[in-house]
Write a protein that binds this ligand. Structure first.
Ligand SMILES: Nc1ncnc2c1ncn2[C@@H]1O[C@H](COP(=O)(O)OP(=O)(O)OP(=O)(O)O)[C@@H](O)[C@H]1O
Length: 646
């Protein structure tokens, strides 16, 4: 089996800090330089200057090699740049300078996506799915295999991950008890290795785990490297003795610079050469991190001894790619030029057996079906969303119905009906906000999955739109049935069906607004305030509190944009048009009918019935489309850069 050697050459990475945005920038800069730089080395002064000018060097000329069948551990103190380096390797940040080569060749985003898996520090999984379901959905989305082959792949992966005993247990999270933290981490790793990547990148796979679970995870990764020839690159904090033994090589980082690249034994030798004696019962990585300052001082005088990379077999092909890699490093070719020349060779030699004809494993239709299935499982298992919402709608239908029970068919009854419709709209539109945390959680998972090419954002948007339709119809029926007949609204079955349709559309509009804003906002607190503000202002401009004629001209657009306006008019038309009701009598003659009230208030008659439905459907489509555009933009920001170079 051919493995992948990953080589990073001269990676630099800078970020802009907020110092430059300080309103008293000039003052603070001079004051800081005056007070802090006394007695500093010129290099540190330059660093301080950069820092004050708002640019921070997170990685400085970082080079290393990670080989197949081996684990390369990136170690260093907090803030050394470990996560930043892994994020660059995984393509989460664009390369500012330097090069990343795979088997001595540059790769583009689609190739690297198929070739690698990236496990983040945080487990981004659906808490209500079981371990096996999580892996199965991931397999269905990323692999083009038959049902039997998928089952076989998932079963063997569960075995490899040591998850047989918890395969049917839910993942869980802070609120729902599920599998343990170590097991959850294994599932996260499983999701990233389901497509059998040649390179596996893991950001602190042992963080938050006890020493036994941490050892088990690294042991499992070692087996993955040994048996499948994977190249494993991981970052780790304070590894124990037994964990260090499992690493093939170490990359020691401090302040973004490489202090050591080689085996743990060589690190011990370098420390001894620097005059640092390794104490008993302290492992070499821990000791090196504790002695960073001394090592840095020593290295200013004597450069460290770095292990020369082992040469791979010297075939003609190997020699050619080695030469090319040398030419890239020496700047003879641009990577883009070389990439164009070498593309075909890469696909044939490095990624044997992989399908490069399409970015995705499945068609849009299949993706939509898989995602709809996964969404529905989540909805039915989310008690807050399914059980509570179902009970809430039934109970509120009954309670509101009993409060407005048997309204009279006179003018007073007509006004009470108008109040009831306004209340129904406010209640239904504002109660959907509770789905916001669920959408925000889904957004995290969507961004992670689409950034590694599992499926298209459009499939997610369609599945998300479809899955709520039957659920919201059930809620609409539960709410409308008791309320409509208890209140005594228009006693015509077709009118009841129209009322039900309006309730369903209102619920779906609210759902679409929440989906749209959950795609836009950074977190729950902001989302909650924004949605509450938007819904509140739409209610204000609905025409219920202030009539259309009274709204100042410069605010009239809000009346037309109001989500309340159209269903509100729809309710009134359904209730008063063609109802045959007389609201005011005198001497047996009808002075005011339902139609008269509609005309007086400017709501139009029967002709506007379907116009209101149509406009509400348009609102739904617009909000869903905006959500799709925002999500697509966000996901494209998270995707890989074009080629690993600059
Ligand atoms: N976008 C950014 N804006 C400002 N500073 C950043 C940014 N990204 C990274 N840094 C800084 O770069 C340094 C390296 O960060 P990084 O997260 O890579 O360190 P780390 O070695 O992974 O730390 P830890 O082990 O604590 O996770 C830190 O000081 C961090 O504050």
């Amino acid at each position: 089996m051919q493995g992948c050697e990953v080589e990073a050459v001269g990676i630099n990475y800078t970020v802009h800090t907020h110092k430059s945005e300080h309103p008293f920038k000039l003052f603070s800069k001079s004051a800081q330089l005056d007070t802090e730089q006394d007695g500093k080395e010129p290099e540190e002064e330059a660093e301080a200057e950069h820092s004050c000018s708002g640019v921070r060097h997170v990685l400085k000329n970082v080079s290393f090699q990670a080989k197949p069948w081996e684990i390369l551990a990136i170690v260093g103190p907090s803030g050394a740049g470990k996560s930043s380096l892994l994020e660059i390797l995984a393509g989460k940040h664009s390369l500012q300078s330097g090069t990343v080569l795979v088997n001595h060749k540059p790769v583009d985003k689609a190739q690297f996506r198929k070739l690698s898996g990236y496990v983040t520090q945080k487990d981004t999984l659906f808490p209500l799915l079981t371990a096996e379901e999580t892996l199965m959905f991931s397999a269905k989305l990323r692999l083009k295999l038959s049902k039997e082959e998928l089952c076989c792949r998932v079963k063997s992966l569960i075995k490899e991950l040591g998850l047989d005993h918890v395969a049917d247990t839910r993942i869980g999270d802070d609120r729902v008890r599920g599998i343990s933290g170590g097991e959850r981490r294994r599932v996260s790793i499983g999701v990233e290795v389901i497509h059998d990547p040649k390179v596996l990148i893991l950001d602190e796979p042992t963080s938050g785990l006890d020493s036994t679970s941490a050892l088990q995870i690294i042991d499992m990764l070692k087996v993955m490297a040994d048996t499948r020839g994977r190249t494993i690159i991981l970052s780790i904090h304070q590894p124990g003795f037994r964990i260090v033994k499992l690493f093939s090589s170490l990359l020691l980082l401090a302040n973004g610079s490489v202090l050591h690249h080689g085996t743990a034994e060589l690190l011990g030798v370098n420390l001894r050469l620097s005059g640092l004696e390794l104490p008993l019962h302290v492992n070499v990585v821990e000791f090196a991190i504790e002695s960073i300052d001394t090592i840095q001082q020593q290295q200013k005088c004597v450069p460290v001894q770095v292990e020369t990379p082992r040469q791979l077999p010297g075939t003609m092909q190997q020699k050619k790619v080695d030469d090319e890699a040398g030419e890239i490093r020496n700047g003879k070719f641009t990577l883009q030029q070389l990439f164009q020349q070498s593309k075909v060779i890469d696909e044939e030699t490095i990624y044997v057996g992989m399908d490069f004809t399409s970015d995705f494993a499945n068609s849009r239709l299949t993706e939509t079906m898989i995602l709809t299935h996964r969404f529905s499982k989540n909805i039915f298992r989310t008690k807050e969303l399914f059980a509570c919402r179902t009970i809430q709608m039934l109970v509120s239908g009954l309670v509101v119905g009993s409060i407005f029970c048997n309204l009279k068919d006179d003018l007073e009854g007509a006004y009470e009906r108008v109040g009831l419709f306004a209340f129904i709209l406010t209640f239904l539109l504002s109660s959907s906000i509770e789905a916001l945390p669920i959408f925000l959680q889904e957004r995290e998972i969507l961004m992670k999955e689409t950034s590694c090419g599992s499926y298209r954002v459009s499939s997610y948007a369609i599945a998300n739109g479809l899955v709520y339709l039957p659920f919201l119809l059930i809620l609409a029926i539960l709410f409308s049935m008791p309320l409509y007949w208890l209140v005594g609204l228009n006693r015509n079955f077709l009118a009841f069906l129209h009322f039900l349709l309006l309730i369903w559309l209102i619920l779906y509009t609210a759902n679409s607004v929440v989906v749209c804003f959950s795609a836009l906002v950074p977190n729950f607190i902001v989302g909650n305030s924004v949605i509450a503000g938007v819904i509140g202002s739409f209610f204000l401009f609905s025409g219920y509190f202030i009539s259309k004629q009274e709204i100042p001209n410069y605010w009239i657009f809000m009346h037309y944009l109001s989500l309340f306006k159209y269903p509100f008019e729809g309710f009134l038309i359904n209730e008063f048009s063609n109802s045959g009701k007389c609201l005011e009598h005198m001497f047996g003659a009808c002075l005011k009918s339902g139609e008269d009230v509609l005309e007086e208030e400017g709501y139009g008659g029967e002709s506007n019935r379907w116009k209101n439905v149509g406009v509400t459907v348009c609102f739904i489509l617009v909000y869903r489309f905006i959500a799709y555009v925002i999500l697509r933009y966000r996901c494209s920001q998270r995707r890989f850069g074009k080629v690993f170079t600059n």
